[in-house]
Ligand binder design. Structure first.
Ligand code: PLP
Length: 403
């Protein structure tokens, strides 16, 4: 008789987005004349850049001709893309990498979850609180999280990130073996400085921990002095894996392309994690499609760079409108400078869900309650710059009028 992985039965339902959808639908059904504006959306809305489309069209044509047709590609991605990643994403920041340290994939979500395959189930895992839920649920499925007590997982180390610590986690007393960090952060929208990351790199090297650094929002970094890669921090190559994605960088949420960097120097008990990851990927994954990798490569041309930057500037402008508008309305706001996410404290300390309901019913604006990202998200809401600028402006004036 087969037995299931019982860890799946410990998982709470995906309450957050289901509950937002339920409350939104109920309000809309009762008020069909109201025009709701969605600022909770975590997906991009602008189309793919013309350079990307052109490159993918060309690749489609190549697939249609016997002499240029491509079958299975390399598990770790084509050389052309890995070389451009090194040249354009890392070299300008003084980080030298070689192609066998880059692993192209179909998404940072899958990589952040799948990376657990190469680690022991007995490792202690630390996550920021609030957190992108994938790190938590993937480790719960693997059996590293213990039991869910209705608020937290018993075996995870939660590292609160609140206004009190500048939304940057403090070094935990109980030393974790695997540490998920994400900067610029989802959901708080806050970026980390090199000095802040250095604390973690030193801590991880001292204790033999591995940092799993999610850099999915790197392309939104605009301020000087904010590192674009954890490898800008001395010592990071012996303790950190970095995840990158074309999803928010170039509108690939539906197209799917990302990559993970594992430096050769990163070893656990003398075993190379890059070698383990290649073994894992070559067994369970057959590579990101050629057409998609050609599309991703197009963002590294001069024209492609300009096009994707213009789209990110558009989202950042929306984030600025939200950030400044809510501040004018009297709310305390964070993030939204090097990130599409704005994290706002609820007025008078009311609960996230209560404020969500008020914004929905009185302002007709849909947001995301911070409590859905973890206990320390209580008392905050998340708004995103991924919408349309006119609608964003309208939503902000509604919130201002309401408050
Ligand atoms: N990491 C973070 C922090 C995210 O917010 C997201 C998407 O929202 C992802 C990873 C997923 O990236 P991908 O689309 O490449 O799977």
């Amino acid at each position: 008789m087969a037995h299931i992985n019982e860890n799946f039965q410990k998982l709470p339902g995906s309450y957050l987005f289901a509950e937002i959808a339920r409350r939104t639908a109920a309000y809309q059904a009762a008020n069909p004349d109201k025009q709701l504006i969605k600022l909770g959306i975590g997906d991009v809305t602008r189309p793919l850049a013309p350079s990307v489309i052109q490159a993918m069209h060309k690749a489609v044509d190549e697939m249609g001709s016997a002499d240029t047709f491509m079958g299975y590609g390399p598990y770790e991605g084509y050389d052309f893309l890995r070389q451009d990643i090194i040249t354009h994403d890392y070299a300008p920041y003084g980080v030298s990498l070689s192609k066998d340290e880059i692993f192209v994939s179909d998404g940072a979500k899958s990589d952040c979850g799948n990376i657990g395959d190469i680690f022991s189930v007995n490792n202690v895992v630390a996550v920021c609180d609030p957190v992108y839920p994938v790190y938590v649920d993937a480790n719960a499925m693997a059996g590293r999280a213990g039991d869910y007590d209705g608020e937290k997982w018993t075996e995870l180390v939660y590292m609160p990130c609140t206004a009190e610590n500048g939304f940057f986690p403090e070094l935990p007393v109980k030393v974790p073996d695997m540490i998920y960090l994400c900067f610029p952060n989802n959901p708080t929208g806050m970026a980390a400085t090199k000095a802040q990351l250095k604390l973690w790199v030193d801590y991880a090297n001292e204790h033999g921990s591995v940092i799993l650094y999610d850099s999915a929002y790197e392309a939104f970094i605009r301020e000087d002095g904010i590192p674009h890669s954890i490898y800008e921090v001395p010592g990071a190559k012996t303790c950190a894996i970095e995840f990158r994605s074309y999803s928010k960088t170039a509108g690939f949420t539906g197209t799917r392309c990302a990559y993970t960097v594992i430096p050769k120097e990163l070893k656990v008990n003398g075993v190379s994690l890059a070698e383990l990851w290649l073994r894992r990927q070559s067994t369970k994954y057959n590579g990101c499609p050629y057409i998609i990798q050609r599309g991703a490569q197009a963002i590294y041309t001069e024209q492609g760079k300009r096009e994707v930057k213009a789209v990110i500037d558009h989202y950042l402008e929306n984030a600025r409108i939200i950030r400044e508008g809510l501040a004018e309305a009297g709310l305390t706001v964070y993030g939204g400078v090097n990130s599409p996410y704005v994290w706002a404290a609820t007025p008078d300390g009311i609960g996230s869900w209560e404020f969500f309901d008020r914004l929905l019913q009185q302002g007709n604006v849909v947001t995301t309650p911070g409590a859905g990202f973890g206990p320390s998200g209580e008392g905050y809401i998340r708004l995103t710059g991924f919408g349309d600028t006119e609608q964003t402006k309208q939503a902000v004036s509604r919130i201002k009028a309401m408050l």
